[in-house]
Design a protein around this ligand. Structure first.
Ligand SMILES: Nc1ncnc2c1ncn2[C@@H]1O[C@H](COP(=O)(O)OP(=O)(O)O)[C@@H](O)[C@H]1O
Ligand SMILES: [Mg+2]
Length: 384
């Protein structure tokens, strides 16, 4: 892990004001939109051929005073491959323009974690050491952190032979490596049958299946809680809930929109849903559940500070299912801005707005944090 002091030292030579940067995919638009609203210029690092959203459709136009009158992306740098953005020359260029990079899932998916942790000398607004916990195959991952925090997670099923109720098997898709090859099973016999079918069909790989996480399927709606933790405020005000999203997942959401009779008429392959995220919706949670949700967030903050100092900084997302009694179980964690925060874009979110008394999205909150830290000379406290 790069020494935090080394990263903080980089800030001394940074041009002022800094430019807010992100990797062009995932939640880059929310980050850019929020940054422009807070008065920053923005940079998106995109893959060549995938830049039109940023370089064309959301390109910023500013008036003579510098006020944005259209769009939210000031600069776009493109690379043949996303991984190229970690090259030393690019790092140098990022530092020379004063880039504060907001880590999103696109960054940690496309740039190897080893590189981000040990070679990528660009200040990240967030928690560098926590990015790795998302990898389920790591020995120390979000499950170990959640358990240490005392946060309920779906029961792990250590061996496919002990499946005795509805379970979900989590592994990558065979061809679309960054997507999911998840499937559900209710017994070990069904596991054998279904995994064989998916292997034969080329949807999953045997080596992934061998290390797949199998866990109890929690029946209940999904709520992804988009939190923010600020070290700049007194601890009692440090944790904020900004918004709640849910995902639309390809074929799964298509299947549930079909009446049962039509589902049963589908051919075998069409009946197994895929879980590729293709969109998001917004939710609020029953008010009496809210305190439980904050309690989970507080536990996560506390455990992350104990195990991965300085702990979580900025946005994070706890992905939960609420069971029949309304109790949240956390099945996934994003220790950085979540994938569904574009639902806040521009409008903010009921929870964020209620707190900040103005439209407050995750992206805007991030930019506000940078601004507050700069004004107080505390930028060192929010980067790693
Ligand atoms: N234990 C579980 N019980 C019920 N549904 C689950 C469970 N784990 C995951 N899911 C469903 O699968 C989706 C993806 O799971 P997740 O663990 O978030 O994968 P990823 O790491 O790819 O985001 C979730 O949005 C949810 O709908
Ligand atoms: Mg997830």
């Amino acid at each position: 892990m790069l020494d935090r002091g080394e990263i903080v030292d980089l800030l001394a030579d940074y041009p002022k004001p800094p430019i807010v940067a992100s990797v062009g995919s995932h939640s880059a638009l929310d980050i850019a939109d929020g940054a422009v609203t807070e008065g920053f210029r923005t940079l998106v690092l995109a893959q060549a051929g995938r830049e039109a959203t940023y370089a064309q459709y959301y390109r910023t136009r500013r008036d003579a005073t510098g006020r944005a009158i259209r769009g939210c992306v000031d600069e776009v740098w493109t690379y043949p491959r996303f991984a190229d953005l970690a090259k030393f020359a690019t790092q140098e260029r990022l530092r020379s323009v004063g880039a504060l990079l907001v880590p999103n899932r696109a960054l940690s998916s496309y740039v190897p974690l080893d590189t981000i942790e040990s070679e990528f000398r660009v200040p990240l607004v967030g928690s560098r050491s926590l990015l790795r916990i998302e990898e389920r195959t790591e020995r120390e991952n979000y499950y170990t952190l959640l358990e240490a925090a005392g946060i309920p997670t779906p029961t792990k099923i250590p061996d496919p032979r002990s499946i005795d109720g509805l379970a979900i098997v989590k592994l990558p898709h065979a061809q679309k490596r960054l997507e999911r090859g998840f499937f559900t099973v209710a017994s070990s016999a069904e596991y054998e049958r279904k995994s064989r079918f998916l292997l034969d069909q080329g949807t999953i790989r045997a080596e992934d299946l061998a290390t797949a996480r199998i866990e109890r399927y929690v029946i209940g709606p999904v709520f992804n809680f988009n939190f923010f933790f600020s070290p700049l405020f007194p601890r009692a005000e440090g944790l904020e809930l900004l918004g709640v999203d849910e995902r639309r997942e390809s074929s799964l959401d298509g299947l549930v929109r079909l009446p049962a009779a039509q589902q049963l008429e589908l051919e075998q392959a069409g009946r197994v849903p895929e879980y590729t995220v293709v969109g998001h919706g917004t939710l609020t949670v029953r008010e009496s559940i809210l305190e439980d949700v904050f309690r989970l967030g507080e536990k996560f903050v506390h455990a992350s500070q104990g195990r991965y100092p300085p702990g979580i900084l900025g946005p994070f997302c706890l992905q939960t299912c609420l069971d029949k009694d309304g109790r949240p179980t956390v099945f996934d964690v994003a220790a950085r801005i979540g994938g569904g925060t574009n639902i806040h874009l521009g409008l903010g979110h009921p929870y964020g707005n209620a707190l900040w008394r103005e439209p407050m999205s995750s992206g805007r909150r991030l930019a506000r944090e940078i601004r507050l830290a700069m004004d107080d000379g505390r930028l060192a406290e929010i980067v790693t």
